[in-house]
Design a protein around this ligand. Structure first.
Ligand SMILES: CCC[C@H](NC(=O)CCC(=O)O)C(=O)O
Ligand SMILES: NC(=O)OP(=O)(O)O
Length: 318
């Protein structure tokens, strides 16, 4: 696998899931595969789970690991072409990228949407520069429009916990104090649409996601109606996508905060969230601490999704 930025890069989902459950049984089964291979993780934004789980996954495969927090220790980077570099950025990304590629075998990149220009974000300019100029296989650790390592872990988790072949999965918007990217909801929707689950998206009007990610999902503006009979509730905040509202916070309506009242109309649904989560904005303490909350096993599966992806990228090096 030469790149991993979306669900289609994994190929057949069933075989990817089979590989995930095989690795889950013995995480060090392929510990020789990555000997003398180096992973470089590059972060333009903060991280806990992605940083730790992907590092652990590389260790499971016997890899060496380097981590770089851009703009914290490295030179501040200019990312735009044509800019006269007479400001506070001594280095251009277009030099830094091939240089970083000299020191490693595989590159992971985290670079969130900037919300300055929707076309710039949705053209995935930053990660595509790494794909084009690093000379190495590149995978996303959350880019502007997707978070595939998270979504793969989410799918592994649903497959582990589902009680029926085709569960009802509901992705619900919830309020947040800041403008958050659409990457996680876009990606979750893309992966859910690649399964045969019943998939519903619920959010206030104005928070419609890009049609290419909504796909065949049913969109329901009545949150309680959407929750009826659900087997899994996947909560996440995102800023508006459509038109001139791109990147804006249109609502902080706390009636959308997932509470026991919401969960009471579900089919004893499991609660999921990618984390980090703003408690009592996204979800109440009692729900996220309750017996149906699987946010910790969901986070644990990030190690598994990353191990499968890195294994396939190492295999692709030969
Ligand atoms: C895996 C999620 C990463 C990121 N989350 C945040 O940036 C949360 C920041 C905050 O809550 O202030 C997001 O929503 O895409
Ligand atoms: N879910 C997730 O990617 O968490 P971090 O942002 O902490 O890596």
């Amino acid at each position: 696998m030469k790149q991993f930025t979306c669900v289609h890069d994994l190929g057949d989902l069933k075989s990817a899931l089979d590989e995930a459950f095989e690795i889950k049984k013995d995480k060090f089964k392929y510990v020789e595969l990555g000997r003398n291979k180096t992973l470089m993780m590059i972060f333009f934004n903060s991280s806990l789970r992605t940083r730790l789980s992907t590092h652990k996954a590389a260790m499971n495969l016997g890899m060496n690991v380097m981590v770089l927090d851009i703009n914290q220790g490295a030179w501040k980077l200019e990312t735009e072409r044509g800019v006269i570099m007479d400001g506070d950025k001594p280095e251009h990304l277009l030099e830094a990228i091939p240089v970083m590629g000299c020191y490693c075998d595989i590159i992971g990149v985290r670079s969130f949407a900037r919300f300055e220009d929707r076309e710039y974000d949705y053209n995935e300019v930053i990660i595509n520069q790494f794909i084009e100029h690093s000379g190495r296989p590149v995978f996303s650790m959350e880019a502007a429009t997707r978070h595939p390592l998270q979504s793969f872990a989410d799918l592994i988790t649903i497959e582990e916990y589902k009680k029926t072949a085709r569960p009802k999965v509901v992705m619900t918007w919830a309020p947040h104090p800041r403008a958050l990217p659409q990457a996680v909801p876009n990606s979750f929707a893309e992966w859910m649409n690649a399964t045969d689950y019943e998939f519903v998206i619920t959010h206030p009007e104005g928070y419609e996601l890009a049609p290419e990610f909504v796909g065949n999902a049913r969109v329901e503006y009545d949150q309680m109606k959407a929750f009826e009979g659900a087997d899994f509730i996947y909560a996440k905040n995102w800023a508006a996508y459509t038109g001139d509202n791109y990147g804006r916070v249109l609502s902080k309506d706390m009636d959308w905060t997932v509470s026991n009242k919401h969960m009471s109309v579900t089919n004893n649904a499991y609660f999921m969230h990618c984390l980090p989560v703003r408690r009592n904005m996204i979800v109440t303490d009692s729900v996220i601490e309750g017996p149906q909350s699987i946010v910790i096993p969901e986070a644990a599966n990030r190690e598994i999704s990353a191990t499968v992806v890195l294994k396939r990228m190492i295999e692709g090096l030969k």
